[in-house]
Design a protein around this ligand. Structure first.
Ligand code: HEM
Length: 505
């Protein structure tokens, strides 16, 4: 009898507890949903935009080709409109006019980076590329610019790029005209140019540890633009889910930073104070000099973050442009022939020099057209407002995330006729001289514009001219690769094979 009473009491208690827990969980869930819906309210006088779904907002619309989706939306809502990225109100700038208006005319206002959970987790908003606008960014940008000036410009850098280019040409020669995927060779060669500035030396093409680091880092550039990354930014608690692409992103990042820590220590050995051999030495000098300044941003951690950012920003972009250039030239043999004719007549078999660029307007025009059409960084790097501002009558509060749709600049019908076609003549006048075009912003503009623009242009010119001077490029018999890009923060060609056949000169 006693046992029976105890059992019924326990059963009643259990039922009550389950009921309480369920009620508590439901209340929490409802409160969270209400909080999310409040977060999703558009700020006052904010740019209009497509209606967001409850909770996830417009995130799902970004799953396929976000840059194309955004351009289409701008036809409906105007050059400046907004999206809700799961409670993150985001302004989207489309087309040359409004991007110039904001990034150039209000350069300081649009110079910040958004404080997104993903960036916080990866680099704690430190380093250089993801760094918030302020003292830390100024310190890191100034140091990097000085290093690029000392170790990365002029004749010395030109020499280094040419040397690397010869390693690249020799490696291509080993295929003897047989089909190969140029991705790894191009990546290794291009990354070595940045490696020279950062570490003072190159890595051989069979250095598997370095190659693996670049591979997983570049995978992260792809994952950072996936729907999972947007979801993580909106709902950081999904970090605790055991599945999802964001987990891969975190694992990769940990592996990359462990590796960078190790090689940074290795390359700083033998340092002589105030006599820097490369970026790492120069950074350590700055760190020592500012050691007594409590507010300094120079730290071991920021050294690793900035090294990683410089490597990936320099490699992932220029590599993909060169891969697109190879693809387009194999696709248009008549353009390839004209390029080779100009190279042969100007260089007459010798290696290109810095001065030759002015004498090769057609080569320059082709490289510009590749940069325009391949949109290697289609949405730029996300920006944020550093103060409240007004654009075209809309109010944008401070700390608002801003996406610059650079793809929409290069496909802006106001400035380009038939923007989808590959036509280098857009950059030539009637007498064949090179002409600049305004709506050409692959390196973005304003205070945060690309730091490596000059270096990238030098690399592209040398690698491209030397490659076409030595080889004829064509696809394997009967194969025509797709021009559809692989999506990520950068747009890269899908893997393809190419035959590089030695030219008889
Ligand atoms: C064809 C090659 C390249 C393209 C198309 C490119 C494009 C871009 C773009 C669009 C941005 C974003 C700017 C913004 O926030 O609006 C950027 C930033 C940046 N790029 Fe490049 N880039 C290239 C090569 C390089 C190279 C070679 C380096 C250095 C080795 C580099 C280093 C950086 C850095 C450090 C930033 C961040 C600047 C900052 O936040 O202050 N880039 N790049």
């Amino acid at each position: 009898m006693l046992l029976h009473t105890l059992a019924s009491f326990l059963a009643a208690m259990y039922e009550k507890t389950v009921l309480y827990v369920c009620t508590l969980l439901s209340t929490c869930f409802i409160l969270l949903v209400i909080r999310q819906l409040v977060k999703q309210r558009r700020p006052r006088a904010f740019p209009p935009g497509p209606t967001p779904l409850p909770v996830v907002g417009n995130i799902l619309s970004l799953a396929l080709e976000p840059h194309v989706y955004m351009k289409k939306q701008s036809d409906v809502y105007g050059q400046i409109f907004s999206l809700d990225l799961g409670g993150i109100s985001t302004v989207i700038l489309n087309g040359y006019d409004v991007i110039k208006e904001c990034l150039q005319h209000q350069s300081e206002v649009f110079a910040d980076r958004p404080c997104l959970p993903l960036f916080q987790k990866m680099t704690k908003m430190g380093g250089l590329l993801n760094c918030r606008y302020g003292r830390a960014w100024i310190e890191h940008r100034k140091l990097a610019v000085n290093c690029f000036r000392c170790f990365g410009r002029g004749e010395m850098m030109f020499q280094k790029i040419s040397e690397e280019c010869m390693f690249f040409i020799d490696a291509i020669d080993t295929y003897k005209g047989k089909p190969f995927n140029p991705k790894h060779l191009v990546t290794n060669a291009i990354s070595n140019v940045t490696n020279f500035i950062i570490f003072g030396q190159r890595f051989t093409y069979d250095d598997h540890d370095f190659q693996h680091m670049i591979e997983i880092f570049s995978e992260n550039v792809e994952l950072a633009a996936s729907a999972w990354a947007f979801l993580y930014n909106a709902f950081p608690w999904i970090e605790y889910l055991p599945f999802g692409k964001h987990q891969r992103l975190f694992q990769n990042a940990k592996e990359v930073y462990d590796f960078l820590l190790q090689i940074t220590e290795h390359f700083s050995q033998g340092r002589v104070r105030q006599s820097p051999r490369h970026y790492i030495d120069a950074y350590l000098d700055e760190m020592e000099q500012s050691a007594s300044d409590k507010a300094t941003s120079f730290s071991r951690e920021n050294l690793i973050f900035s090294v990683g950012e410089l490597i990936i920003a320099g490699t992932e972009t220029t590599t993909n442009v060169l891969r697109w250039a190879i693809l387009y030239l194999a696709l248009y043999p008549n353009i390839q022939e004209k390029v080779q004719k100009e190279i042969d007549s100007v260089l007459n078999g010798r290696l290109p020099t810095l001065q030759d660029k002015q004498r090769m307007p057609y080569v320059d025009a082709v490289l510009h057209e590749v940069l325009r059409l391949c949109n290697v960084v289609p949405l730029g790097i996300f920006r944020a407002t550093s103060q409240d501002t007004v654009v075209r009558g809309y109010t944008i509060p401070r700390d608002t995330m801003v996406i610059t749709n650079l793809y929409s600049v290069h496909f802006d019908e106001k400035y380009w006729s038939q923007p989808a076609s590959f036509c280098p003549e857009r950059f030539l006048d009637s007498t064949g001289n090179f002409v600049k075009q305004d709506a050409f912003l692959p390196f973005s503009v304003g205070r945060r514009h690309c730091l490596g623009e000059q270096l990238a242009k030098m690399e592209l010119f040398i690698f491209f001219t030397t490659l076409l001077q030595r080889f004829c490029l064509h696809f394997p018999q009967g194969v025509i690769p797709s021009l559809r890009p692989r999506l990520g923060m950068t747009l890269q060609p899908l893997p393809y094979s190419i035959c590089a056949v030695r030219r008889q000169q």
